[in-house]
Write a protein that binds this ligand. Sequence first.
Ligand code: TMP
Length: 209
Amino acid sequence: MYKGKFITIEGSEGAGKSTNIEYIQNYLQQQGIDFIATREPGGTPVAEKIRDLLLDKSNTSLCDDAELLLMFAARAQHLNELILPALEAGKWVISDRFTDASYAYQGGGRGLSWKKIEQLEHWVQGSLRPDATILLDIPVELGMERVRQRGETDRFEEQKMSFFNRIRDAYLKLAEENPQRFYIIDTQPAIEEVYQQLEQVLSKLVANV
Ligand code: TMP
């Protein structure tokens, strides 16, 4: 539908999103691709305010439905203000998380029904879906160890291990159900090997413009 591609990057906590997104950006820059890099929740001033609310550890009473609705409120703003205009202008959009994270965290993690999420997805996005989703995958224990080494945690990172196991399972289920757009990258090996896996995926996406 659009000339530019809409690429989302997903992963559970500690999967190495920041480093790998930096690599993806450098790769696309070298290939002369016109892209914007953004993130969810967030990406615009209003959506970033919603992000602050969602990650604030002092919001202990935030209920699961409100959490899901805030994710989609931020997403609606992000789509209208940033993602759709960029795609319409022919740019690629690289988003650090998108709706798969709502299925994984609010569906898998919190146990909200997938039906509710599907309804919101349809309402907020219509038929728009990512062209490709790169899932950075790591066993939960290892990922959480990396998070702990980083220090400061947010409202999500404070959750129990079982929450993150459900998130990883949900991501892997999404990947299995949508093989045409998902690429799973194992982030356990040495970084050079992870970059090689990423380069294979990216070169395919670029060649396919
Ligand atoms: P980040 O740590 O990757 O920047 O993401 C912020 C947190 O928000 C992360 O713990 C995942 C969570 N999240 C959801 O729970 N649902 C969503 O739909 C999105 C986009 C993020």
